[in-house]
Design a protein around this ligand. Structure first.
Ligand SMILES: NC(=O)c1ccc[n+]([C@@H]2O[C@H](COP(=O)([O-])OP(=O)(O)OC[C@H]3O[C@@H](n4cnc5c(N)ncnc54)[C@H](OP(=O)(O)O)[C@@H]3O)[C@@H](O)[C@H]2O)c1
Length: 316
């Protein structure tokens, strides 16, 4: 039996977790092995992780006993929740409670919890610059995560609180890529004015997380923010124009216009962008670029990410 320390990865077939699984497996002679959690061990993605050498187990964050089984005997766990699958902050919190309880039962030595800010610490519900959503949140998918930090603290789990950044993959999968306006010209539309948006390639989140596990003593009990670059909408549009060799403009939408879009979660995202816009100094400062690079020296810039991914970005 291997004497490697097992890291359980929740969301292993997805963006954040997938990057971490690959980072651990790439370090063949290192101290860690990976146990990848999926709800369906027979999916193509799960089988692919098994082929790469991961131990693949079935568990669901809705099912406490299954998470306890997945965490048993492990050294650590990467914990993430899935807001965009259900749009329920309450469910996110229930899922975090399950992971914290399972971590305690298993006696894990190090958990990384992929959290985000509770924006109400900056914008109380009484602040009318943005609407209150679901009666008690400003940015539900941020606030519920930030509020959940306490579940790990209360359970006495040695935890690193990881603040991630806007995935550049949102330009591929989240419908945020360049689109043709009424004038027929391509533009990216973000409600960020002239402010900088910290972004990152999802693969790099996993590499940073692995470095945090490898240097656990430095990071347990700490909040750690990561980003590949802090870029304005105009800077990203310039990079798009260069990568596609055609003019792609930046359309700085008003926050209210963004909130009024009719896709699910538009208000939540409109408030999120306004938070990042209004608190640019804090938000970028919490995701220091030099620090991020010290965790992951191969961190991609936006231009590098675009050069690898431009063929996957729909231009419509
Ligand atoms: N988009 C962004 O820019 C951004 C930035 C920062 C943070 N986030 C946050 O990232 C979180 C999502 O992480 P991600 O993007 O890495 O996820 P993802 O790529 O959407 O999916 C991760 C995987 O999780 C698994 N999963 C879903 N529901 C599950 C459940 N009930 N129990 C166990 N596994 C489940 C699914 O795998 P199986 O089907 O194999 O079970 C899925 O492949 C969200 O909460 C979001 O707020 C997003």
């Amino acid at each position: 039996m291997s004497d490697k320390k097992v890291i359980v990865v929740i969301g292993a077939t997805g963006a954040q977790g997938g990057g971490l699984v690959r980072a651990i497996l790439n370090d063949k002679n290192g101290d860690f092995s990976v146990r990848a959690v999926t709800r369906n061990v027979n999916s193509d993605k799960a089988k692919h992780l098994a082929d790469l050498g991961a131990e693949v187990v079935a568990a669901d964050v809705d099912d406490l006993e299954s998470i306890k089984r997945a965490f048993a005997g492990a050294y650590g766990a990467y914990c993430v929740t899935f807001f965009w699958e259900h749009f329920s902050p309450q469910k996110e919190q229930d899922n975090v409670k399950h992971m914290a309880e399972a971590a305690k039962t298993a006696g894990l030595k190090h958990v990384i919890w992929s959290t985000l800010e509770d924006t109400r610490n900056w914008i109380p519900l009484s602040d009318n610059r943005m609407p209150t959503l679901m009666e008690k949140y400003k940015v539900p998918h941020f606030d519920a995560k930030g509020e959940s930090n306490t579940f790990f603290d209360e359970a006495g789990i040695p935890t690193t609180f990881l603040l991630t950044s806007f995935y550049w993959e949102n330009f591929i999968y989240f419908g945020m890529g360049p689109k043709k306006g009424p004038d027929g010209k391509l533009a990216i539309s973000l409600p960020m004015g002239e402010k900088k948006l910290p972004g990152i390639a999802t693969e790099d989140i996993g590499k940073c997380a692995f470095a945090i596990f490898q240097n656990g003593n430095d990071f347990i009990g700490k909040t750690v923010g990561i980003s590949g670059e802090h870029l304005t909408g105009q800077q990203m549009a310039d990079s798009f124009s260069k990568a596609f060799a055609e003019d792609i403009a930046y359309n700085a939408l008003p926050h209210d216009v963004y909130r009024g879009f009719d896709f699910p979660g538009a208000e939540d995202l409109g408030n999120m962008f306004q938070f990042k816009h209004d608190f640019e100094n804090y938000f970028c400062g919490a995701r220091d670029l030099d620090f991020s690079k010290s965790l992951n020296p191969s961190m991609q810039s936006f231009d590098e990410w675009l050069s690898h991914n431009k063929n996957s970005i729909p231009l419509d």
